[in-house]
Ligand binder design. Structure first.
Ligand SMILES: C[S@@+](CC[C@H](N)C(=O)[O-])C[C@H]1O[C@@H](n2cnc3c(N)ncnc32)[C@H](O)[C@@H]1O
Length: 256
């Protein structure tokens, strides 16, 4: 039987270059036929430079596993998961322009990945769980970050959650007591007390940066949603699993 010609086979390098320009600007720098999608990224070779610091914390072989990549953007992490053999990779994003970038990148690389326009808040509608969920660089763009974590734990994560957030403030992890009397006020002034900074206007010229937690807050939110943190292989990345003994908090009506 004749092999179907893939986009990867049929496009010239010039055509790849032209299509990359048409689909831009890109946030993910991906090499497509030797052409970089975002060579001038303000963070450098992003997200490869981040990925190399935690890629060994995720199994090399994902055969037989399902992966959900939330806020997949140009598809960098979806592509890496598919390259590791994941049986099914679904990338979701609420931005159609990014999804078109991701579809093009996967086509050029000849990888079978599903990309769908969807918000993290709509995930209960999927009615299914994924062995591995990536929730990278999205939390701080959300108006309702804890709601999103509760949804991930209660509706879509079967086992592993790979979580990343921009973190600001203290990296301390003080011992927090189970309870404090009403007149204890000083504990809140400890720089390491779990804190979420609310950004009313804008940060880094991005008005969708709504929140930035300190490290203790990110950890506390993950635990409160029902995840246990297994490791932190990179300064912003947490490898988590579902904590089967956690008390899960009720979701708003219609999301339960
Ligand atoms: C900073 S980028 C992170 C991209 C990628 N996950 C990474 O770590 O490199 C944030 C992405 O989340 C997407 N996003 C923001 N809010 C979302 C929402 N409510 N539901 C789904 N995706 C969202 C944005 O469109 C964007 O692609």
């Amino acid at each position: 039987m004749q092999k179907e010609t893939s986009l990867a086979d049929s496009l010239t390098t010039d055509e790849v270059q032209r299509r990359i320009a048409e689909l831009g600007p890109w946030f993910h720098n991906i090499s497509l036929r030797g052409v970089q999608t975002a060579p001038d990224h303000f963070l450098g070779d992003y997200p490869s430079m981040k990925w190399k610091n935690f890629q060994n914390a995720i199994p090399q072989d994902l055969h037989g596993l399902s992966v959900l990549d939330i806020g997949c953007n140009g598809g960098f992490y979806s592509i890496e998961m598919k390259k590791r053999g994941a049986a099914h990779v679904l990338g979701i994003d609420h931005d159609e322009d990014y999804l078109n970038q991701a579809r093009f990148a996967a086509d050029v690389l000849d990888l079978d990945i599903e990309f769908r326009r969807m918000s993290v808040y709509e995930l209960p509608k999927l009615g299914r769980r994924f062995d591995l969920v990536l929730f990278m660089g999205v939390l701080y763009h959300l108006r309702h970050p804890l709601l999103a974590l509760d949804i991930l734990r209660q509706h879509v994560t079967e086992d592993w959650l790979v979580f990343q957030s921009m973190l600001r403030g203290s990296r301390a992890r003080p011992q927090i007591d189970e309870d404090y009397p009403f007149w204890e006020k000083g504990v809140f002034d400890h720089p390491g007390y779990p804190k979420m900074h609310f950004i009313e206007k804008s940060y880094s010229q991005d008005p969708t940066n709504w929140w930035t937690p300190n490290r203790a807050c990110a950890e506390a939110m993950l635990r409160s949603a029902g995840f246990k943190i297994e490791s932190m292989p990179e300064e912003e990345v947490f490898i988590c699993r579902c904590d089967e003994n956690a008390e899960l908090h009720s979701l708003p009506e219609g999301m339960a």
